[in-house]
Design a binder for this molecule. Structure first.
Ligand SMILES: [Zn+2]
Length: 185
């Protein structure tokens, strides 16, 4: 028992403890600094160095090293899974920001209003050059959309469409019938 203790104590103090400190330190650093790749990489290098030094200094049995490596991988995997889940927390439809509806291409953004996402800045695109159109209604209710790029004018399009299109987009989101185009992804 005494022999076991004299073996475990230096192993714990010189080998396992630095790894535990590194893991906790890296996790804390990641949460604070938000650069998981760099800090995880530097901690991995630190672990490898620690393992090599411990191996030659204290003649650690190979199975102990394998156990440590395996548990380190498990810790990293669990940690990556946790941080991935946090990223997934933002709804995926937020990347759905353009679609062809009623034979016209539309794009929009999302705004968060009282904890609910709502569509904002819904704009039609120019049929000729795909630029987002400047959209206006004059005092007589005439709709006027102009392309800022090729100056093409679209009169009396989109008058009732804006509300319809908003509802169609919301419908596609709630029924999961939307595709995220690569350009927006
Ligand atoms: Zn145009």
């Amino acid at each position: 028992m005494k022999a076991l203790n004299t073996y475990i104590k230096p192993t714990f103090a010189n080998f396992i403890l630095p790894i535990i400190v590194t893991v906790i330190g890296t996790l804390a650093y990641d949460f604070i600094k938000d650069v998981p790749l760099l800090s995880s990489l530097s901690s991995s290098l630190f672990w490898i160095r620690t393992i090599i030094v411990s191996f030659f200094t204290y003649s650690i049995p190979i199975y102990v090293i394998l156990i440590i490596i395996a548990s380190s991988l498990i810790i990293l995997k669990v940690y990556n899974r946790l941080t991935k889940d946090i990223d997934v927390g933002a709804p995926s439809f937020l990347r759905y920001t353009s679609d062809n509806l009623k034979n016209w291409k539309w794009s929009w953004e999302y705004g968060l209003y009282s904890d609910k996402y709502r569509i904002k800045n819904l704009r039609p695109h120019c049929l000729a050059c795909d630029y987002v159109l400047k959209y206006d209604k004059d005092t007589w209710g005439t709709c006027r959309a102009e392309c800022p790029n090729c100056k093409k004018l679209y009169l009396n399009h989109f008058v009732e469409d804006i509300d319809d299109i908003t509802m169609m987009i919301e419908h596609r989101i709630t029924t999961n019938q939307y595709t995220i185009s690569e350009r927006n992804g």
